[in-house]
Write a protein that binds this ligand. Structure first.
Ligand code: CO8
Length: 251
């Protein structure tokens, strides 16, 4: 893999690696990311995605996109990446080490949590290229920050600061740049200390809130709740609480 660097471990790290192009996402990177996620999925309990160099990602590779025909984008597109992330059952944390623009912010929003270094800048600048966001920038962003803020970001293309993103609820934590990976790792480890099975079902249920009408989301939540209730870890967690001891997770 040339465009991503993968570090394995309990918490896997994927570093986007085209620093000279601010980690612009070309088709090679799409396929490398898919391969990295497939490789990690059975080996890790959580994943951190970050950028190598001074950017997280400045979005889709404009040079490559310009040369693609409508048939190519429709047939090849970036779908394999979104499908791989959607099907990834373990938590994925985006750690923004610099600009996250266009498809870069969309990649971050397709993750489960976003932490940012204080110098990070976020936005959907596609409008400045005469195009619009194509992978969640009008949908996930709107559901996260509300219509009026999303509208301003999508129609002005302005990049906002990490702290502004934090105030909008788009980023869960802002830390000094040098503390970014330690903080993402701390968050990942806090989660990987829980029951893996419960974490997976909790992630599935939270994600469903964005995908469906309330009643369908509630149905899935209830089903997952019943499943965790009778699972090994559910039994163990409740017993441990009553016996005033630390639970021993099996998954
Ligand atoms: N594509 C290709 N190359 C890029 C991109 C990009 N998106 N962004 C930066 N680069 C390249 C520059 O061309 C430059 O290359 P070179 O040195 O060879 O000239 C190098 O990276 C460094 O960039 P800058 O000199 O521009 O760096 P600055 O620090 O001055 O500026 C900015 C940083 C403000 C982020 C600036 O680079 C910029 O505006 N980039 C474009 C951002 C943008 O418009 N992104 C949206 C792209 S369209 C998109 O993402 C649609 C998504 C569709 C869904 C698919 C998702 C995978």
């Amino acid at each position: 893999m040339r465009t991503v660097i993968v570090e394995k471990g309990d918490v896997g790290i994927i570093r986007l690696n085209r620093p000279e192009k601010l980690n612009a996402i070309n088709m090679e990177m799409v396929y490398d990311l898919v391969e990295a996620l497939n490789e990690l999925k059975s080996q890790v309990r959580a994943v951190i995605i970050t950028g190598n160099g001074k950017a997280f990602s400045a979005g889709a590779d404009v040079k490559e996109m310009l040369d693609m025909s409508i048939e190519q984008v429709t047939r090849e597109g970036h779908m394999p990446l979104w499908d791989a992330l959607r099907g990834f059952r373990k938590p994925v944390i985006a750690a923004l080490n610099g600009v996250a623009a266009g498809g870069g912010l969309e990649l971050a929003m397709a993750c489960d949590m976003i932490v940012a270094g204080e110098s990070a800048r976020l936005g959907q600048p596609e409008i400045n290229l005469g195009i619009i966001p194509g992978a969640g920038g009008t949908q996930r962003l709107t559901r996260t920050v509300g219509k009026y803020r999303a509208m301003e970001m999508v129609l002005t293309g302005r990049l906002i600061t990490a702290w502004d993103a934090y105030r909008m609820g788009l980023v869960t934590k802002v830390v000094p740049d040098e503390a970014l990976i330690p903080e993402a790792m701390r968050l990942a480890r806090e989660i990987t200390g829980k029951s893996g099975f419960a974490v997976e079902l909790g992630k599935e249920a939270v994600n469903r809130a964005l995908d469906t009408l309330l009643q369908q989301g509630l149905d899935l939540e209830r089903r997952n709740f019943y499943v965790t209730l009778v699972s090994q870890d559910g039994r163990e967690g409740m017993k441990a609480f009553l016996e005033k001891r630390k639970p021993e997770w099996k998954t």
